[in-house]
Structure formats: structure tokens, C-alpha cells
Design a protein around this ligand. Structure first.
Ligand SMILES: [Zn+2]
Length: 360
């Protein structure tokens, strides 16, 4: 995020009081929405029956949304399209895991050792097309590498094909999950190779929760990768998922949402820039720039504004419409958190009189 302080020099003159001169407004975009402590995504690979039969009711019970990386050439996608569509309508993310799931593991067919660049590109493009056709409101797709492999073809072509693979993914997805070890720092991640939290097969609730601990402690992003639940392969039990989902539902200070939405927030926050103008001693105007593609990046950003405590009551508007905000007063500062819808151009914060004022 890029904040320009070009109007800062006029602040002391305008703000008047000595107390105000000691504290100039500070504006930032919180690391996670509503200043939550960390982000968690539950992702489910391969597009298999237990996702529809077991995972879906568990997520609905706990009011959570997950990400389903589907391989569109595997039976359950083709046979149960209306149910996948319904998942998307309920807020879950459908995402690309190729058509046939080619990978380098000898025991999994088709073997991506036998793939040419054209074949691999078709895998990604065709799956994208299949999924997009099912979505009523497409907002871009994310991708997960089958078996976490980031290349294909013969060993002598590994380097060249790794570069091609990244290019194909970048042309069809706005981010991709690989396999890895551990949480991601939003300021440092590689959007085309985002790590998951490591293997989950066979783990119970406590061991699964343990995988997320470093993310929760360091305020980072933890991406779970699951396969079957109560069946299929590499599975965990429905009870384990139910307990884990229940935990994240109760802990609303953790942002648990789809892989795509976390990535949208991270990328928008990184790209957004804010110009601060102090108009007079009772209002603040912020001009926002959202350079990312608005068809994909549509998540509100949470602005955190620290203003002198003499501004006890404020009204905040985005392009003339009231914004919902949370105000707290801490050690001489009024801290304001407000969700600003994507593409909002102008945010104004106005000091209101106590007797007439209303915190929105
Ligand atoms: Zn897979």
C-alpha cells in the first residue's frame, strides 16, 4: 500500500490545538479485514463425492465457505454439476485443478511426464472453461497444481516446462496453490505458488489445529489442503472437519474464508494507494486508487484511521454513502475501522458535534 502525505504540511495550522499538533492522522489498510488476527482457508482437492456429500453440510452448519479445486474430467464433476453449481451459489469457491489431474507421481495416471506444453495448456484452459460456464457471477479463478508439481514432461525439459506451466497458470488464474510447509506472510507470498499447511490425511482435530498455530500466532495465512472426508482418498474423518470448522466459526477474530477471497484482499491491499487531504479542522478526505482488475478484485478493504481524540464522534462516507465503521478511543487517539467497498474513490471523515453526533 502506498500512502502519500502530500498535504501533511498544512495539518498543524489547520488543526489548531496543541494536542492535535502532536498527533497527525494516520491511515492504513489493516493486514486482514476488520483488523482480524489471521486468515484461514479450507481447500478441498480433486472434486470428489465426499465434498458434496460430507463437506458441504459441515461447512453450512458452521457458516463457513471453502475452496474446491476440481478436476473436471473426473467423474463426480461431470455427474453432479447442479450440486457443484449450488456450492458456488452458497458462496463456496470452485477452482481449477485441471481436467485429468496429470502429475509426476508414477502411481497416478495420466503421467505428466508424457505431456507436451500444448497438452498441459489445454488441461488448464479446458477446466477453466468448464468451471466458468457453471458460474453465474464469475470473478476469476484460482488454480491448484495436481500433486503440487510445478513442472511436467521429460526431465531434460523440466526447467523450460516449469516456466511454461507458470505462464499458462498466470493466463488462466489470478493465483495458485502448491504444496508446501506452512503459513504465508501476505507481504511476501508468491501468488503463483502459495503453500498449504502440509499433509492432513489421517489427522484428528487437534493435530489439524496444530498445523494452523504458526499462522494464528504470526498473523499470517494458513491454507488447509484436504482430499476425502469420511471416504474417497487421503481422508480425514467428518468429526475432525466438524470440530475444526466449529473452532473457526467460534473464533471470529480469525478470517476464515475462501482461498480466492484472501488472495483478493492481499493483492488489493498491496496495490491500493491513498492520498490524504486535510480539508479543514473538522474533516479529512482520502482519495483512493484501486489499480487491480475490478472484475476479479472486488473485496472491501478495511481502512484504519487514527485521528486525535478530540474527534470523538465522526461520520464516515465513501463516495457520499455512509460507511459502517467501528470507533474506539485509546490513549489520546480515536481509532476508526471502516470497510470501504472496492473502487470507492473518495472517503470523507467528518467530526460531528456530540449532541448531534452519531457513530455509524
Ligand atoms: Zn489433486
Amino acid at each position: 500500500m502506498n500512502i502519500k502525505w502530500k498535504y501533511l504540511w498544512i495539518l498543524p495550522a489547520l488543526m489548531g490545538t496543541a494536542a492535535a499538533q502532536n498527533s497527525v492522522p494516520k491511515v492504513s489498510v489493516t493486514r486482514w479485514p476488520q483488523d482480524r488476527t489471521a486468515a484461514i482457508s479450507l481447500s478441498f482437492d480433486d472434486g470428489i463425492n465426499t465434498h458434496l456429500d460430507v463437506v458441504r453440510p459441515i461447512l453450512r452448519k458452521h457458516h463457513l465457505n471453502g475452496t474446491f479445486f476440481v478436476a473436471t474430467g473426473m467423474g463426480p464433476w461431470q455427474k453432479r454439476k447442479p450440486e457443484w453449481k449450488q456450492l458456488a451459489q452458497e458462496g463456496d469457491e470452485l477452482a481449477n485443478h485441471t481436467v485429468h489431474h496429470p502429475c509426476l507421481l508414477p502411481e497416478i495416471a495420466p503421467h505428466s511426464q508424457d505431456y507436451t506444453p500444448d497438452m498441459m495448456e489445454r488441461e488448464i484452459a479446458s477446466a477453466n472453461q468448464e468451471i466458468m460456464q457453471l458460474l453465474e457471477h464469475p470473478r476469476g479463478l484460482t488454480f491448484a497444481y495436481p500433486c503440487g508439481n510445478v513442472s511436467f514432461g521429460k526431465p531434460q525439459d523440466e526447467v523450460k516446462n516449469a516456466a511454461l506451466y507458470l505462464r499458462y497458470v498466470s493466463e488462466h488464474a489470478f493465483g495458485a496453490r502448491g504444496i508446501g510447509a506452512g503459513p504465508e506472510n501476505p507481504d511476501e507470498l508468491n501468488v503463483l505458488d502459495i503453500s498449504d499447511l502440509g499433509p492432513t490425511a489421517g489427522k484428528g482435530f487437534l493435530n489439524l489445529l496444530q498445523l494452523a498455530e504458526p499462522a494464528l500466532q504470526e498473523h499470517n495465512w494458513g491454507v488447509y489442503c484436504f482430499h476425502g472426508v469420511g471416504g474417497d482418498w487421503l481422508s480425514i474423518t467428518p468429526e475432525a472437519l466438524d470440530e475444526l470448522a466449529g473452532y473457526f466459526e467460534r473464533h471470529s477474530e480469525i478470517w476464515t474464508t475462501t482461498f480466492g477471497d484472501v488472495l483478493r484482499y492481499i493483492q488489493e491491499r498491496k496495490a491500493a494507494s491513498i492520498d490524504i487531504k486535510q480539508n479543514e479542522n473538522s474533516s479529512l478526505a482520502l482519495t483512493l486508487h484501486w489499480p487491480m482488475d475490478k472484475r476479479i478484485y472486488d473485496i472491501p478493504l478495511t481502512l484504519k484511521v487514527e485521528i486525535p481524540a478530540i474527534w470523538e464522534q465522526v461520520r464516515i462516507e465513501g463516495d457520499g454513502k455512509p460507511l459502517s465503521s467501528k470507533v474506539s478511543v485509546q490513549t489520546g487517539m480515536t481509532i476508526l475501522l471502516a470497510d470501504v467497498p472496492s473502487q470507492t474513490m473518495l472517503v470523507t471523515i467528518t467530526k460531528t458535534e456530540r449532541e448531534h453526533g452519531q457513530i455509524q
